[in-house]
Ligand binder design. Structure first.
Ligand code: FMN
Length: 122
């Protein structure tokens, strides 16, 4: 959790997407401690951390705190800024705070494609 002026400057050094948030969570996972699926071709690191991040967004919203998922940065640069060990892989950063008055979702936030364009029924 990055909250100090120094720590927030590390985020600002790698992305323009903090938008003045007073706290930013950086979600990482231990690349040496992930579940590898049978066949050994993929592991659950990214999806497990994504589930955690998504639930943090929902929990924050439950507390009345707004958030924004940030991927617009070079994870290697952020890892260097934060001094993370090599095995610690960054999934995302999560701005936490209160949206500016009048802020709202993008225009296409509520537009939905017809299911037949996104679902294949077999
Ligand atoms: C995987 C992912 C990465 C994102 N990365 C960024 C980002 O780097 N900067 C940003 O301002 N918003 C980012 N967002 C947030 C989106 O811009 C948008 O605010 C969010 O998806 C909610 O709007 P929507 O429901 O209309 O998509 C990201 C969202 C997702 C799902």
């Amino acid at each position: 959790m990055l909250q100090s002026t120094d720590a927030l400057a590390k985020i600002d050094a790698v992305t323009p997407c903090r938008y003045g948030a007073p706290a930013v969570l950086v979600v990482t996972f231990d690349g040496n401690n992930v579940f590898t699926y049978p066949g050994g071709k993929r592991d659950s690191g990214v999806e497990d951390a994504s589930i955690v991040a998504t639930h943090m967004i929902l929990a924050a919203a439950d507390e009345g705190v707004d958030s924004c998922w940030i991927n617009f940065f070079d994870p290697e640069k952020l890892a260097a800024e934060l001094g993370l060990p090599e095995n610690e892989e960054i999934l995302m950063a999560l701005d936490l705070g209160y949206a500016a008055e009048g802020a709202g979702p993008l225009g296409n936030h509520n537009s939905r494609k017809p299911l037949k364009e996104t679902v294949t029924y077999m």
